[in-house]
Each structure stands twice: as C-alpha cells, then as structure tokens.
Design a protein around this ligand. Structure first.
Ligand SMILES: Cc1ncc(COP(=O)(O)O)c(C=O)c1O
Length: 391
C-alpha cells in the first residue's frame, strides 16, 4: 500500500499533529481507515460534521447543486445563497449576513465592522479574552494570547487588550468610552471548554449600555445547535450585535458568515468588503440541507442524548476522581478537565477506536456529531473507562 504518512511527512509543512490513521471513508458517527478499521468519531471534524458524515440528504443537496453549477462569483444573484441566508437569519433572529469561506475570515470581517463603526465614533479599543481562539489570520491572532501560535510572527494589530476570561474586575477596568468592541466565545472551544459566567455576561451588558460598544459573539464552534440551542449565547438570554459562524454552518463544506443586527446593516458600502468564494453555492446547499435536518426535528434528540452523555461523564468523574476533576461545557460541546496531559487519554482512546482530541493541555474535548444515539454514548463510556483504567 502507498505509504501516505511517509509522503505527507516529506511533502507538507509539518504544522499538524495528525492521528496515525489514513482515512478511507466515513459515515454517520463512524470513520474507517484504509485497513477497514472502524472508529467512533467524537470529534466530528473539529465540531464540523453536525449531522454526521455523508448524510444522504446533504449528499443529495450537494449533487443537485453541483449538477447546476459549482461557482459563478458574487457578481450574480444566487437562489441557493439567498434561500440559506433567509432561513438561517430567520431562525437566528438577525437581519443581515455576509458569507465567508472560513471561521477566521468571519472574524476578520467582524473586526473590520467593529473598527469602522468605532472609527466613526472615535472609539479605537478592542477587547478580547485569555484562552480565546478565533483563527490563524493576523486579525484573529491579534485577539488571542496563545504565544505558540504567534511566535516571531508579529507585529499584530494594535489597540487590542486581551484580558482575563471571566475576570469581572479586569472587565470593569478595561472597558470605557473608547471601547469599540468586545470579542467573546460564550464557551471557549480551544480554551478548555470554559463557559463564560452569568455574572460576567451581566457585567458586559451593563458596561455596554453605559459606554455603547459592539459585542461580537464567536459562535464558530459553539453554534449550529451544538449546545442544544442555535447559539451558545442564547443560554444567557442576551443578543450580541454581531455573530460569527463557520464549521457546521457549511454542513461539511467550507462556509462561514458574519451576522449583524439591523443597526449595522449599512456599515459597508459597495466594494468595501468581498471574497471570491464566500457563499460558495455548493457549500450553501450543504449548509441549508444540514439546517433543515436539525431544525426543528433533531432538537429534542440533541437535548436527550446530551443529557445521557452528561450522565455518563459524571459517572466517569465519580469512578475516576483522581483523574477527572470536572465535566465542562454544554450539550454536545463538552470536555473533561483532567489531572494529567489530555494527549495521553486521547492516545489511549484511539486504542479503543474512539476519536477525540485535547485542548488547553489537560482537557479532553468531546464534540460528537449531533446525531449520535445512546448506544454510541455507551460505547464511548465503555471505551473511556477502559482507557482510563490503563493510565
Ligand atoms: C471559536 C472559533 N473561532 C474561530 C475559529 C477559526 O475557524 P477556521 O479554522 O474555520 O478559520 C475556530 C476554529 O477552530 C474556532 O473554534
């Protein structure tokens, strides 16, 4: 057999820590390697494949669109882009959107909106939070405090303060009348599945009404019903001015978006922002089909299976108190805070044919497809138990 691993290692810039698995195909919550080995996928392409791999309705929608056309440019009005936007905005309760190809591009666009809005009002400061993750382009990296991702790559954007997540005093001391915007993940996906506290959100909105700035919710990982609601911020009963989405939004194909409320609908003039591929019609077809599978029919299932998974995770915590300190996150975006390096558990789980990953060094991230059932959870629980017993 061709040694794909060896070829990758000699041909690619070595930026990714990959699993030693060469993929043949994937279906539902299962992945198969070239030897036919089956894996239970509790990572779902890093929170992308929300309705599992190769869902028949998503494939049909993609095939239908491909047979019409694949790319035509944003010089034209495209029914599929418009249909997806209309449906998504209606469910989301937002007024307008701009399609991107990826999460980080959605953040870049949101940064431009915040800067433009702020520059018109003499507000030049942007706030973001420690542990946050927004992407790998310069704007996104400028919002992040992860030194390894930024080493020797500066200079980054200025007038950005990264303050401690959930630190109410720091928030109070940093925000003032010169603040243009705040970028926040309500659940930090890469930052160890940490939730923002209710008090912190309350203070953020109190400061917003005092100083008038924009709040940008990064829902790129936590959106698309992963927490049981379309967006994680809905659990806090607030409505940010701007929302960025990607990952599951494209139903497995590259697609992101910036959503805005009506007060920002005219923030850009024609030509001020754009992209060749953003809103690719095939991606829109896949996204729309995915949304139609989830909303509204799958929601009770997501809530039910989340409850069952959390029950099992709590059980694991009680069974392995010296290894598992905390169950974190919300719904099907959760994690285990461990007393040791999570990579060790990820590798042990791989031996059990279960795919997960590690974030924030000591957190096992669990982001399965939303279509998993209780049997999948049982399989995961038994595998987790075996893996922890071997540590
Ligand atoms: C919260 C969040 N924001 C932004 C991004 C960047 O998205 P992309 O990798 O599509 O650029 C990610 C990716 O992991 C993310 O989790």
């Amino acid at each position: 057999m061709v040694n794909y691993i060896e070829i990758e290692q000699s041909k690619f810039l070595q930026t990714y820590k990959r699993f030693p698995i060469v993929i043949e195909n994937a279906k539902g919550s299962r992945i198969y390697d070239k030897f036919g080995t089956e894996y239970l996928d509790f990572l779902s392409g890093i929170a992308v494949n929300v309705v599992g791999h190769s869902h028949s309705k998503v494939i049909s929608a993609i095939e239908k669109q491909i047979s019409r056309y694949m790319h035509i440019s944003n010089y034209f009005y495209q029914d599929i882009q418009i249909e997806y936007a209309s449906k998504f905005l209606e469910i989301a309760g937002y007024d307008r959107l701009f399609y991107t190809n990826s999460g980080t591009e959605a953040i870049e666009g949101a940064l431009k909106i915040v800067r433009r809005w702020g520059n018109l009002r003499n507000k030049r400061k942007i706030i973001s939070f420690s542990g946050g993750f927004h992407g790998r382009t310069y704007g996104s990296l400028s919002l992040m405090d992860k030194p390894h991702y930024k080493e020797l790559m500066g200079p980054f954007l200025d007038n950005i303060s990264i303050i401690n997540f959930n630190d109410i005093n720091a928030l109070n001391n940093s925000i003032d009348s010169e603040t243009a915007g705040v970028f926040i993940e309500f659940i930090q996906g890469e930052g160890g599945l940490q939730k923002v506290s209710k008090e912190f959100v309350e203070m953020l909105w109190e400061l917003k009404s005092k100083y008038n700035f924009l709040i940008v919710a990064d829902e790129i990982q936590s959106g698309m019903f992963r927490t049981g609601k379309l967006f994680a911020f809905e659990h806090y009963f607030v409505k940010p001015d701007i929302v960025t989405v990607a990952k599951g939004f494209g139903g497995g194909l590259p697609l992101g978006a910036i959503l805005v409320q009506s007060n920002l609908q005219h923030i850009f003039e024609k030509g001020m922002h754009g992209t060749t591929f953003g809103g690719n019609p095939v991606s829109c077809a896949a996204g729309l089909a995915t949304l139609e599978i989830i909303y509204p029919d799958l929601i009770p299932h997501i809530l039910e299976v989340s409850r069952y998974l959390w029950e099992k995770l709590e059980l694991i915590k009680n069974e392995f108190p010296s290894y598992v300190k905390e169950v974190r996150g919300k719904g099907l975006m959760c994690g285990l805070l461990l007393t040791f390096d999570a990579i060790i558990l990820v590798e042990k789980l791989l031996e059990e044919r279960i795919i997960t990953n590690a974030t924030s060094k000591n957190v096992l991230r669990i982001v399965p497809p939303l279509i998993i059932n209780n049997e999948d959870v049982d399989l995961f629980y038994n595998g987790l138990k075996n893996a922890l017993s071997k540590i």
